[in-house]
Design a protein around this ligand. Structure first.
Ligand SMILES: Cc1cc2nc3c(=O)[nH]c(=O)nc-3n(C[C@H](O)[C@H](O)[C@H](O)COP(=O)(O)OP(=O)(O)OC[C@H]3O[C@@H](n4cnc5c(N)ncnc54)[C@H](O)[C@@H]3O)c2cc1C
Length: 462
């Protein structure tokens, strides 16, 4: 029997940094049953549940942990999946420190309860024994909804499952050849094994959801053409896959990638393999611009592809890095260097290829609209980061294709689709939207919550 430390999270097994930075195996190995039960004992089961309020989909956190305490993991899974369709994924990638765990009472005098680790444990423990191909759930009678779900990221997946569980006839249209959105093409295997996303596909198929991959809505079909095919409800969960660039000199040099392209080539197209049909440059010295999860993923991927030196270049300080704490910690352990308070101003070239990244040093000034201190350039203070590859990870915006082919769809000046906060319905009746396509680049759980909310509102229109 393991005894939990009241002030510290029960440790979790991880691959050693110098082993994992050479392979794509999952870094965090998960709790055993004993470890999970020990950690669950740290939950104080507070009357006022701040952790629940901190969760974007209001999972009954003390409720599921209560069942882990008694070893009834099946019941814990039932409570968890009542509000969260993707617990194995959220347990791995949610920014818990700024959500549920950030609100945990334990965090006032030590470390919070490891809610994310317990969520992941519960989902893995149960889902490894479910075979959605053979254990088909009971299907309700058809309810007269024929729904087209556009995009198979977390928003589309949760919308589709919620609708299908209620008896709707659902088809997912996905532009790429695999489902999952960022879960498949963005977040690397070492953080989120693709077998977990594949399980979601099995779940969809168990609910008779039809999946049409390689289908780009706006090109293959417009929404009006889908309407003519008999679809009577629509959900747009097309994400924010359009990478932003800096607009600085040298961005067209060979060896410059958007993080989106870099990660897609590796995760989706297998560019790390010797015989890949869309190979990628294996840079020796790689500079990654940005400080979010995308930057951490790109940097850690470059290291695994054999880079000798990978440097994250970020305009603000370590305190303002928007990435999950765990990712920053893992990146540091794996030998990624951080050049903070430096803003890139030019990518230097030699014979049309990257030869360095010129940066200006910055200092922090007063807080800006985001609540973070604004970086201000320091006059005449420049350095050059020695590199042969530059990966730009400074953000993504929604792709304009769907709004371009549906003029009645209102969008914001930043290209996000406008949807009602409560119903998720857009300016076009019967067309709902959610996830990054509406909010701009955000989080998995927010996208998942939006998909579910849209589905529930579609069902109310019956
Ligand atoms: C590299 C990376 C790492 C991240 N790490 C984290 C993390 O650790 N934690 C976290 O919470 N969030 C993370 N995020 C953010 C998170 O993944 C997104 O907020 C979330 O995936 C958004 O979900 P979505 O369903 O709205 O869109 P997406 O996941 O982007 O899915 C949209 C899908 O729609 C498809 N599509 C687009 N246009 C069309 C069309 N016209 N027709 C048909 N299909 C279309 C796309 O191919 C895609 O599959 C990360 C993002 C990236 C890029």
């Amino acid at each position: 029997m393991i005894k939990a430390d009241p002030f510290k999270k029960t440790p979790i097994a991880e691959l050693a940094p110098d082993v994992r930075n050479k392979c794509f195996e999952e870094v965090v190995l998960g709790y055993t049953l004993d470890e999970a039960i020990a950690e669950s004992q740290r939950c104080l089961d507070c009357k006022q549940q701040f952790c629940v309020a901190g969760c974007p989909v209001n999972v009954d956190i003390p409720g599921f942990i209560r069942h882990i305490k008694t070893g009834d993991i099946e019941k814990a899974y039932g409570v968890l999946t009542h509000d969260n369709a993707l617990p194995a994924i959220c347990g791995r990638v949610c920014p818990q420190e700024s959500q549920c765990e950030g609100k945990c009472i334990r965090a006032k005098k030590g470390e919070s309860v490891a809610i994310g680790r317990l969520e992941r444990f519960t989902a893995d423990y149960i889902e490894k024994n479910i075979n959605f191909k053979t254990d088909k759930p009971e299907r309700p009678a058809p309810i007269g909804i024929k729904a087209a779900v556009i995009g198979s990221g977390p928003a589309g997946l949760s919308c589709a499952v919620t609708l299908a569980k209620a008896g709707a006839d659902v088809t997912i249209f996905e532009a790429l050849h695999k489902i999952g959105g960022v879960l498949t093409y963005g977040i690397p295997e070492f953080r989120l094994p693709k077998s977990i996303v594949a399980k979601e596909q099995e779940k969809l198929e168990a609910y008779d959801v039809k999946i049409k991959t390689n289908t780009l809505i706006g090109k293959s079909y417009t929404l009006d053409q889908l309407k003519a095919q008999g679809f009577n409800r629509f959900f747009i969960g097309s994400g924010a896959g359009l990478p932003s660039f800096l607009g600085i000199e040298g961005e067209n040099l060979m060896g410059v990638y958007s993080a989106n392209e870099y990660l897609t080539r590796v995760n989706l197209m297998g560019a790390f393999k010797e015989d890949a049909i869309t190979p990628i440059k294996h840079g020796k010295r790689v500079a990654v611009i940005g400080g979010g999860n995308v930057a951490m993923d790109a940097a850690r991927t470059a290291k695994r592809l054999g880079a000798e030196e990978v440097t994250i270049v970020y305009r603000r300080s370590m305190n303002e890095l928007p990435a999950r704490l765990e990712e920053v910690h893992h990146a540091e352990e794996e030998g990624i260097l951080f050049k903070t308070l430096h803003g890139p101003i030019e990518i230097l070239g030699e014979k049309s290829a990257v030869a360095g990244l010129k940066c200006q040093m910055m200092r922090l000034s007063e807080k800006d609209a985001s609540g973070r201190q604004r970086p201000v350039p320091i006059d005449d203070a420049y350095i050059t980061v020695d590199c042969d590859t530059v990966i730009i990870a400074i953000g993504q915006t929604p792709n304009p294709l769907i709004p371009m082919t549906m003029k009645a769809l209102d969008t914001t000046p930043k290209g996000c689709i406008v949807a009602d906060d409560d119903t998720m319905e857009t300016s076009v009746s019967g067309v709902y939207a959610g996830g990054d396509a509406v909010t701009g680049a955000a989080t998995v759980i927010k996208a998942m919550g939006a998909g579910k909310q849209a589905a529930e509102n579609m069902l109310k229109t019956l």
